[in-house]
Design a protein around this ligand. Structure first.
Ligand code: GLC
Length: 386
């Protein structure tokens, strides 16, 4: 059997959730059997290279941002799609050069490019799905088109949660649910005794994630304005990447108007120091979160976590045991959960201790093993080169 050479294809090199998940997972896969191809320049190229991962940049000569979900009209979608198909043709050569035995598309745009590239290189295409392909996220028609495209183009699917899997049409194709993992370094000099939970008026709250309307940071600020005891500090950790600067400005206006002790850190490469410093992590996406890596990261760092359901966090948090779940968009519910945690230092300690244990179930080494096996199995399938 030909040894595995898994080539991941990404349309963006911005450090957003899916790209960071790929970075961690590829780092944990067997050395020399992976490569990552980006069609846009950005920080992920350096971050991959720093970890010794083979990376390529095959530049896109059109602006795929014009296709950003929801903003795009039919015309720009079609022009964008044509551009992606053309780029896919060029990518076919790259896949051959890299001696890919399987191509993994890590977004819907990559799926379109990958469909052409993998066919040209005569290797199977696997769709690694990081987003729920649903009407609320993509819009009704686009969601249908993307599901169909996946059904036609992909030999198999890797979904980042059971919820994401349920949003696809995978009928009779091989599927794997692989939760994005977190890293547990063997010698972790940043670990040590977890910090103690602070008394109510001194609590520190952190919200980590790209600043985007669907991540619900504005909803969080409004819920926070209603709490009985305000925390001492609140950190909103995350940058605005995909034309979302206006949202950041709006959040700053809210925080000032509501007189909340909020610090905007902007994008940080490693949010862990903030998580270790905080007592409470709030995850408050207003649409179902596909997975929600920050929830696991917060649990690993020993935060008492509040996260929203439905979505990935339901597959991570066992409410009352190692965190709390509130309904997405339920502002009163979020205020109530914040009040409960801020007031009850003992409950926070109990949840945080159990959370640290639960986070161990999401070790990226385990994810990487499952994915490597899955890809190895598919590599041997009918598109293998002779
Ligand atoms: C996407 C999803 C997020 C998930 C990440 C990694 O960014 O929105 O929920 O954690 O991909 O799969």
């Amino acid at each position: 059997m030909t040894p595995l050479k898994a080539v991941f294809l990404a349309h963006t090199a911005a450090p957003s959730g899916a790209e960071l998940a790929t970075l961690r997972m590829v780092s944990a896969m067997p050395a020399g059997q992976t490569a990552v191809v980006y069609t846009e320049d950005g920080p992920m190229l350096r971050r991959m290279a720093e970890r010794g991962i083979e990376t390529r940049l095959v530049r896109n000569d059109f602006d795929s941002r014009a296709m950003t979900i929801r903003k795009a009209g039919v015309r720009s979608l079609l022009t964008g799609a044509a551009g992606l198909l053309k780029l896919g043709w060029a990518l076919g050569d790259t896949m051959r050069e890299l001696e890919a035995t399987v191509v993994i598309a890590s977004s819907s745009k990559a799926l379109l490019m990958g469909a052409v590239a993998a066919r040209r290189a005569r290797v199977p295409l696997v769709w690694h799905v990081h987003d729920r392909v649903s009407a609320d996220y993509f819009g009704r028609w686009l969601a249908l088109v993307i599901r169909l495209l996946g059904r036609v183009a992909a030999r198999g699917y890797i979904a980042n949660s059971r919820g994401t899997l349920a949003s696809l049409w995978t009928w009779r194709k091989p599927v794997l649910v692989a939760y994005p993992g977190v890293e547990f370094p063997a010698h972790d000099d940043r670990s040590g005794e977890p910090a103690e939970q602070r008394p109510p008026a001194e609590t520190v709250i952190v919200v980590v994630g790209r600043l985007a309307p669907w991540k619900g940071q504005d909803h969080f600020l409004r819920a926070l304005a209603g709490v009985r005891v305000l925390p001492r500090d609140v950190y909103l950790v995350g940058g605005a990447f995909f034309d979302e600067e206006a949202y950041r400005a709006e959040l700053e206006v809210h925080a000032t108007a509501l007189d909340l002790p909020v610090t905007f850190t902007g994008h940080v490469e490693d949010p862990e120091p903030y998580l270790r410093h905080a007592d409470i992590l709030v995850h408050c996406s207003v649409l179902p979160e596909p997975f929600g890596q920050v929830v696991v990261e917060g649990m690993r760092a020993g935060c008492a976590v509040i996260a929203t359901r439905p979505g990935g966090p339901e597959e991570i948090v066992e409410p009352g045991l190692n965190g709390l779940l509130v309904d997405a968009g339920d502002r009163a519910g979020l205020t109530h959960a914040l009040d409960t945690l801020i007031a009850d230092q003992e409950l926070r300690t109990k949840l945080a201790d159990a959370a640290r244990v639960r986070a161990r179930d999401f070790d990226v080494a385990q994810t990487a093993r499952a994915v490597t096996d899955f890809l190895t199995r598919l590599s041997g399938s009918r598109w293998r080169r002779g």
